[in-house]
Design a protein around this ligand. Structure first.
Ligand SMILES: C[S@@+](CC[C@H](N)C(=O)[O-])C[C@H]1O[C@@H](n2cnc3c(N)ncnc32)[C@H](O)[C@@H]1O
Length: 293
């Protein structure tokens, strides 16, 4: 018996259920790109799910099960990006390097906010592995993810080593340390979820490692940012989450349904009230302020 429910539009499917079960029901070699951002086993609360396993071993055992399912779902030229906590990533790395080719060990570095650790060096990054099934045949659209090459010079540098002196390239493929701000309440993309990933991070991954029309799978979708970005970039998507609250976000963001069991699915209504109840600033002004920072 199936314990999950599917919601589908033309190119996008959302599954409400346990990733382990849904992944096992999907056809092998049918997905071009997987982005997996699982619970990290650090005690976060995702609606009525608490992200804490009885032991590290139990957590790693659970992770290896869905990692193996994801690998089986990938097409022969497919790619997998997986995030994990800094303390669990070594286990992921050892497991995956026996099964796939790890091309890059990426660091997503972000700014800090709020209270910082005072007795140790606070964490300012999350690791991401970029793996492919076939190191000789995989998608990597370098031209679609170029960033400015910072030469440190104000004027454009000229390479005199070339036969005809040429201006140095002003663009390059990003290295493996990526800076993207975390998603904050005041950002237009913010949804009600404790660990939402930035659209910009997913844009880089999806643009680099898939082509238009390809299938992108996110087994732990949360706010369904992966699927929303896949849609924006004309990819197809499959997203899974256990929590009804987040399924509703996905149904709205992907325009699959505007109602859910009689409830109108509306974007998050944000308030910008100070504790004394007076408006601090209007949301329009905030958007303007943020875009000019
Ligand atoms: C780290 S969050 C993903 C955040 C997401 N990348 C985003 O940008 O919003 C992990 C998600 O996994 C979901 N989850 C936890 N256990 C699950 C399971 N067994 N199957 C499917 N989803 C699960 C949680 O509800 C949570 O939304």
């Amino acid at each position: 018996m199936r314990n999950y429910k599917a919601y589908t539009s033309k190119n996008h499917t959302i599954y409400h259920g346990d990733a382990l079960e849904v992944l096992k029901s999907l056809p092998h070699q049918s997905v071009d790109l997987v982005f997996a951002d699982p619970p990290y086993n650090i005690g976060k609360v995702y609606a009525n799910f608490i992200d804490k396993w009885p032991s590290d071993d139990a957590y790693i055992e659970w992770c290896t099960e869905w990692l193996d399912s994801c690998t089986a779902l990938l097409k022969p030229h497919g790619s997998l990006y997986v995030m994990a906590s800094t303390q669990s990533m070594p286990f992921f790395d050892i497991h995956l390097r026996k099964r796939m080719k790890i091309l890059s060990r990426i660091t997503w570095h972000y700014d800090s906010s709020g209270v910082q650790a005072r007795k140790y060096f606070g964490s300012m990054y999350e690791p991401i592995l970029h793996c492919v099934k076939d190191a000789k045949n995989y998608v990597f659209n370098a031209d679609d993810i170029m960033v400015e090459a910072k030469t440190g010079a104000k004027r454009r540098l000229i390479d005199y080593r070339k036969k005809i002196p040429t201006v140095y390239n002003s663009e390059k493929v990003p290295g493996n340390v990526w800076y993207f701000p975390r998603v904050r309440y005041r950002m237009p993309e913010y949804e009600q979820h404790p660990t939402q990933k930035p659209e910009a991070l997913l844009e880089r991954i999806i643009a680099a490692s898939s082509n238009e029309g390809d299938v992108v799978l996110d087994p732990f979708s949360g706010t369904f940012t992966t699927c929303a970005v896949a849609k924006k970039l004309n990819r197809r998507s499959i997203g899974i989450d256990l929590q009804e609250e987040y399924i509703k976000i996905g149904l709205r963001r992907l325009n699959i349904q505007s109602n859910y069991n009689g409830e109108k699915l509306l974007p998050l209504q944000k308030t910008y009230l100070r504790r004394n109840g007076k408006p601090q600033i209007s949301s329009d002004q905030l958007v303007l302020l943020e875009s000019s920072e």
